[in-house]
Write a protein that binds this ligand. Structure first.
Ligand SMILES: Nc1ncnc2c1ncn2[C@@H]1O[C@H](COP(=O)(O)OP(=O)(O)OP(=O)(O)O)[C@@H](O)[C@H]1O
Length: 459
């Protein structure tokens, strides 16, 4: 699609993306000197009266509901070719879908996001509107002076509460959509949005979208340590019987807020979930071949193993490991926030015989290496390891070679008959902390040391 120069007085900068009905552009309001997002109805829909009307209706609802937790609409106009466009707040930090794609969030962050999403949906309910398509990709993120702010967006399917019964077409997204929404002609009320809030909550906490209704696996089973009150709230919101759900978004949000205030929330993400995102984003066979092709024999291999080298996609982290461990590679980085540490998305990689088994703590051999933010005080594993991945106390030892200094913790008997080592090291010459995990069939500290010695990182 050719990039237009302007929409009205808004100067186009670049295309942000397209949905089923519209394309959204980043533009600049030169008069007010501020970035804006301009959503333009697609040409093929512009002449269809009902779609045109729905687009204008979305703009009006967002304008009238006017909440800090909803995308704000500043202007609505029509182009010369009759395509309507709305001018919105620009959400500069992507969507909650991008965030959960990196893995489950620390609970306090998940609850903060849920509270803000709930406030946005509450504003819609107060305005007399049911959103009908709440899902992580429809919740945008904007940077603000006090951190990150949530903006509920995309009311393409929204309906007024009064006119919500007797829909003829199913609308919504599987996994997030209430059971009543998938019944054409079924009547819908605000509790359909409560179901979707429960589904979003489930995904924020576990890193997984809930299965279609009826949902039988509570979040606690996927993420041990989830507070019982949160588990119960999410499962209540996901009830097939809507009379068992919280009555509306306000009730749901109040309960989330109470859990946030009262509970002593566990920090970080449990071990078995930490690499969930990494595994999900495994780049497939092409990356694996590339990884092996990139392997070059490393010097002074441990007896019985040939070492090779794999790198992450940014080229910042490069790890030497036994080549037979590098069957599968996830080179797209990681989020130290999963360990309860500061930092956003950082360079890192997971190379293993079976990356799924890595996540589940099953039988696999491999190495995870990820950079921790430069401001991390480490390298101290106490800051990183809250509860061990394996039974028993680890053996702890100092580590030092020509390049790195830090510490290593080793567990010999882990689930899946493997042994597990975690290391936090920092270059003697200065630089960010590197966090490593080595999983192997039998405890071989010499291999752990060789992996660390052969690893290189640049910030
Ligand atoms: N206010 C905004 N600021 C920044 N990006 C936005 C904004 N509104 C939408 N986008 C982005 O533009 C893209 C298209 O959005 P749009 O709402 O048209 O469709 P969608 O939600 O992706 O799909 P569909 O409408 O089919 O569900 C998405 O990637 C969305 O994240």
């Amino acid at each position: 699609m050719a990039q237009p120069d302007t929409f009205g007085r808004y100067r186009v900068v670049r295309r942000l993306g397209s949905g089923s009905f519209a394309t959204v552009w980043l533009a600049h309001d030169d008069l007010l000197d501020t970035p804006v997002a301009v959503k333009v109805l697609a040409e093929n829909w512009a002449h269809q009266l009902d779609v045109h009307q729905r687009f204008v209706e979305e703009a009006r609802i967002l304008r009238q509901a006017d909440s800090a937790w909803l995308v704000r609409v500043h202007d609505l106009d029509v182009l010369a070719d009759e395509r309507p466009f709305m001018v919105m707040t620009y959400a500069d930090q992507g969507s909650v879908a991008d965030l959960v794609a990196r893995g489950p969030l620390p609970l306090d962050e998940a609850l903060r996001l849920l509270t803000e999403i709930g406030q946005g949906v509450t504003a819609l309910h107060r305005h007399g509107t049911i959103h009908r398509d709440i899902k992580p990709s429809n919740v945008l993120l904007q940077s603000s002076p006090v951190g990150q702010r949530v903006l509920v967006a995309d009311l393409g399917f929204a309906k007024s509460i009064d006119g919500a019964s007797g829909f003829t077409a199913a609308a919504g997204t599987p996994g997030y959509m209430s059971p009543e929404q998938s019944q054409p002609g079924g009547d819908i009320d605000v509790r359909a949005d409560v179901y979707s809030l429960g589904a979003v909550a489930y995904e924020l906490v576990t890193g997984r979208r809930p299965p279609p209704p009826p949902v039988r696996v509570p979040p606690r089973r996927v993420r041990p340590g989830t507070p019982r009150a949160l588990d119960e709230l999410i499962m209540a919101a996901l009830s097939e019987d809507r009379s068992a759900r919280p009555a509306d978004a306000q009730t749901f949000t109040d309960r989330v807020r109470a859990i946030r205030m009262e509970q002593d929330l566990p920090e970080g993400v449990p071990w078995r979930l930490r690499h969930a995102a990494a595994v999900r984003r495994t780049a497939g066979a092409a990356a694996v071949v590339a990884a092996l092709a990139a392997c070059s024999p490393a010097a002074a291999a441990a007896p019985g193993f040939t070492f090779g080298r794999v790198s992450d996609t940014t080229g910042s982290v490069s790890v030497a490991l036994p080549v037979e461990w590098a069957d599968e590679l996830q080179p797209n980085g990681w989020s130290p926030r999963q360990l309860g540490l500061v930092g956003g998305h950082e360079p890192g990689l997971l190379a293993a015989t079976d990356t799924d088994a890595w996540r589940d703590g099953g039988s696999t051999a491999g190495v995870f290496a990820g950079l921790v933010s430069r401001s991390a005080p480490g390298p101290e594993l106490e800051e990183i390891i809250d509860a061990g991945p394996c039974p028993g106390e680890p053996r702890r030892r100092e580590y030092s070679d020509e390049h790195w200094g830090g510490e290593v913790w080793e567990w010999d008997r882990c689930p899946g008959r493997s042994s597990f080592a975690a290391a936090a090291v920092r270059p003697h010459a200065g630089g960010p902390v590197l966090y490593l995990e080595v999983r192997q069939p039998s405890p071989r500290p010499d291999i752990v040391d060789q992996v660390i010695a052969g690893t290189r990182a640049s910030a």
